[in-house]
Design a protein around this ligand. Structure first.
Ligand code: GLN
Length: 248
């Protein structure tokens, strides 16, 4: 079954953990970290987000332990599996440090499972961090085989349609006060944001598009290479998990 934007294609792959090939900044001074965006490195699409930050001209940092959150301008919580990620957040003692970093102004972007973790309400399931007033419904499109990709215009993020990839995605069913809808498709919300939190139910990091990474960097007050590079990267696919499990 193909659902969503009307031009979807079934994905037969799965999100695999990142192959830790390239080196990204690990040890940074405080001055550097204030300009950095972290990627929570517990499970899921970590490498792909780091690669997209690099392509957008943003300094990225793996966040493997709570101390890595210190002085970050923003944090990306990647897609993967929200139940697994929630357990790992607890096991590695992330919850309180994450809330403290958020309270001192660190912005957070949750992609797919990351958005589920950030939602105030996880309909019919256990809610987690509750840092943005939205209701999400896990696995709302069906099974992994009901994954799909499409293009959509997200005017706040980029003036041209962007490629989007949905992998066993949740749907955002409601947004509360202070949360703006960035993209509505059919009868669900696909992207939304408050002043502090961005949520997307799709994976820009699994497409050649870097516009969302630039958008989030700006939200964090981090400069990017705007204008110096295109919004889509023609040779991006080379390092992606998709070369192992291409989406038709
Ligand atoms: N289905 C996953 C969950 O409920 C999310 C999938 C994803 O992040 N691509 O956690």
């Amino acid at each position: 079954m193909v659902v969503g934007c009307g031009v979807g294609a079934v994905a037969r792959g799965r999100v695999r953990d990142d192959a830790k090939g390239d080196q990204y900044p690990g040890d940074s001074t405080v001055a550097e970290t204030l300009r950095q965006v972290g990627v929570l490195d517990l499970q899921g699409g970590v490498q792909e987000h780091l690669e997209h930050l690099r392509l957008a001209g943003v300094s990225g940092k793996r966040v493997k332990e709570p101390a890595d959150l210190e002085a970050l301008a923003g944090l990306i919580m990647p897609g993967g599996e929200s139940t697994c990620l929630a357990r790992l957040l607890g096991i590695f003692g992330f919850e309180d440090p994450l809330r403290r970093a958020f309270a001192r102004g660190m912005k957070i972007w949750g992609t797919c499972a990351g958005a589920i973790l950030l939602a105030k309400t996880n309909v019919g399931d256990v809610s987690h961090l509750g840092l943005i007033d939205i209701d999400v419904k896990r696995n709302a499109f069906g099974s992994q085989l009901d994954s799909f990709k499409c293009e959509a215009l997200v005017p706040a993020v980029h003036p041209e349609p962007l490629p989007l990839t949905f992998i066993r995605a949740p749907q955002i069913l409601r947004v509360g006060r202070g949360v703006n809808v960035l993209l509505r498709l059919d009868d669900y919300i696909a992207a939304a944001e408050s002043d502090e939190v961005l949520v997307t139910i799709f994976h820009p990091e699994l497409t050649p598009g870097v516009a969302f990474h630039r958008y989030f960097a700006h939200k964090c007050g981090v400069s990017t290479d705007d204008g110096a590079a295109p919004a889509t990267v023609s040779d991006w696919n080379q390092k992606s998990w998709m070369r192992f499990a291409p989406i038709a």
